[in-house]
Design a protein around this ligand. Structure first.
Ligand SMILES: Cc1cc2nc3c(=O)[nH]c(=O)nc-3n(C[C@H](O)[C@H](O)[C@H](O)COP(=O)(O)O)c2cc1C
Length: 152
């Protein structure tokens, strides 16, 4: 099964998760930063797309890229998404907890666009950072590898 992981990242945490997902998927999987993706790259069985959650959404560049895909271009592709986000339990802010309930996260929004382009959803997953620049919470790399194995 040929798979591609596309990501965007500012401080490097989402990139680390993306690399762990590629590891978990195995040899037929490749990794691309969103800025380097070409139309032919999307000729895969499984497409996984991830972004940091910023202002309750994915990175603008990633959103523009996904929205620019022709409709039905992912018709025979299984699609999954992931994001990195701050753990509201750790931040302990009532305002933030309430806001995220209303405005959500990048992962769900990415998946919605992928499905709108014809992709068949195989799920979305959240990975946590301890502060906005990281580091990742302990165990997140392993969790990403394990999640990827289930996507086969
Ligand atoms: C401007 C800005 C906005 C952010 N907005 C959110 C948010 O809405 N929800 C959230 O959980 N985390 C938010 N964060 C934390 C990011 O999710 C965190 O910086 C990201 O996971 C780090 O990933 P990266 O290292 O790949 O850039 C925000 C961080 C920044 C700098």
């Amino acid at each position: 099964m040929k798979s591609l992981v596309i990501y965007d990242s500012v401080f490097g945490n989402t990139e680390k998760i993306a690399r762990a997902i590629v590891d978990g998927l195995g040899e037929t999987s490749s990794l691309k930063h969103v800025s380097t993706v070409k139309p032919d790259d999307l000729n895969v069985d499984l497409l996984v797309v991830g972004s940091p959650t910023r202002a309750f959404n994915a990175m603008p560049t990633l959103n523009s890229f996904l929205r620019s895909l022709p409709s039905d271009s992912l018709r025979s592709v299984r699609v999954a998404s992931f994001d990195t986000r701050v753990d509201v339990g750790v931040v302990d802010s009532k305002v933030l907890s309430t806001m995220v309930k209303f405005f959500g996260y990048a992962g769900e929004k990415i998946l919605k666009i992928l499905v709108s382009k014809g992709g068949q959803s195989v799920g979305t997953k959240a990975f946590f950072v301890l502060d906005k620049e990281g580091p990742l919470k302990d165990g997140e790399i392993l969790r990403a590898q394990e999640w990827a194995k289930q996507l086969h």
